[in-house]
Write a protein that binds this ligand. Structure first.
Ligand code: CP3
Length: 357
């Protein structure tokens, strides 16, 4: 860990801070001209596998936006390769898994002994951590078992998750074996990122919101809890993020994560209340709002800060990642707005003013 006392890490632990920390999912991406320039010369996978380039892309985005944390540039699906499941990105289609996982035999063949081959991500983390030292927190990340399994089984993105749910219902043992294997690999992978200097780990369960509460609790929560427990001992706080999760929030909290990510569909205060108003929350501006005039963006940000009410444990973010065509100046202005307009509004700054600290 490189910045354990930063305001971002403190907020993840629901400790008081001087102002609300802010960062953005997909803050290094195609909306940014600097990133597009690198992508002209290198494929996405080339950037991910080159620690120098991955570190540069990470650092450039965080410094340009002046955010409170840098998320390591990588991709959710990188562990597939070391499990023996090649994939590529096809223009306009997104990720394509060449031979999707469909049977118990396919699952049996997946490897769990080569997580070390993802060492290039930890190498990039250590370069970023060295660059920022204690001045900025570094976020490592991995996929959650459900979302990763859905890509493996569907062979790419999906609308209804028919093959995924079908395998889950019809072959529950094979399904659980698959999730167990994903936990083994992602647990080692995330741990290596913490050892390399990541201050916080975000677990992306982007598509878990397609499940009913009952199915989530039966087929997914036990393995997700196991994953989170396995790197809790590293001491790094864990953010657990999904979309369309309003009905799942209370169950997601049982995973043991320190911070729960909220998407934009639920008011931040209502989401927090479904979590028992305990622990920390991250979110939750609609990423599409960034396409609107600045006055609308500002009003949306203001509303979220008001809903958080200066309580310890709010990390400002979008409700999902920045979209490719987003106006870059709105993203930068949003970070600045949150930083300026949350100072003095947190309970920490109030108690400093009142002489309590
Ligand atoms: O947040 C960051 O700045 C760090 C980088 C990051 C990337 N992928 C780089 C990337 C992160 C955190 C991810 C996670 C990821 N990857 C997720 C979970 C996050 C989420 O949005 O819920 C998922 C589902 C993936 C798989 C994936 N990778 C998809 C669906 C796509 C989109 C394909 C497309 O063409 O739009 C990607 C590609 C990808 N990963 C891009 C970036 C910057 C954009 C494509 C590019 O540069 O060519």
């Amino acid at each position: 860990m490189s910045a354990p006392d930063s305001r971002f890490v403190r907020a993840c632990k629901a400790l008081p801070v001087d102002r609300t920390p802010v960062w953005f999912m997909r803050q290094a991406g195609r909306y940014m001209p600097e990133y597009r320039a690198v992508r002209k010369r290198h494929s996405l996978i080339e950037i991910c596998k080159n620690p120098q380039l991955a570190a540069e892309v990470t650092i450039t985005a965080a410094e340009y936006l002046k955010v409170d944390a840098a998320i390591i540039f990588a991709d959710l699906l990188l562990p597939f390769e070391v499990m023996g499941l090649p994939f590529h990105f096809s223009a306009g289609e997104g990720p394509v898994i060449e031979s999707p996982v469909r049977t118990a035999d396919d699952i049996r063949r997946l490897r769990t002994d080569s997580a070390d081959d993802l060492g290039y991500v930890a190498d990039a983390v250590s370069k970023v951590a060295r660059h920022f030292s204690t001045t900025l927190a570094v976020i490592g990340f991995c996929g959650a078992p459900f979302t990763l399994a859905s890509y493996m089984i569907e062979g790419g993105g999906s609308r209804h998750y028919i093959k995924t749910k079908n395998l889950m219902y019809s072959q529950p043992q094979a399904w659980d074996e698959l999730l167990g294997k994903l936990v083994a690999v992602t647990s080692a992978y995330a741990r290596a990122q913490v050892e390399a200097g990541a201050d916080v780990i975000q677990v992306f369960d982007s598509w878990v919101g397609c499940l009913s509460v009952e199915d989530y609790r039966q087929y997914v929560l036990p393995r997700t809890t196991e994953l989170i427990a396995s790197f809790k001992t590293s001491g790094a706080p864990i953010i657990y993020f999904g979309t369309d999760t309003s009905t799942l929030l209370a169950s997601m909290k049982e995973s043991g994560a320190d911070v729960i990510g909220l998407d934009w569909r639920i008011p931040l205060d209502e989401g927090w209340s479904r979590l028992g108003n305990s622990g920390a929350v991250q979110g939750n501006l609609d990423p599409v709002l960034l396409f609107a005039d600045w006055k609308h963006v500002k009003a949306g940000a203001r509303r979220i800060l008001d809903q958080a009410g200066g309580r310890p444990g709010h990390v400002f973010n979008l409700g999902h990642g920045i979209l490719p065509e987003t106006p870059v100046e709105n993203v930068r202005a949003l970070a600045e707005y949150v930083q300026e307009h949350s100072a003095g509004a947190t309970s920490f700054s109030r108690s400093v003013r009142e002489g309590g600290i």
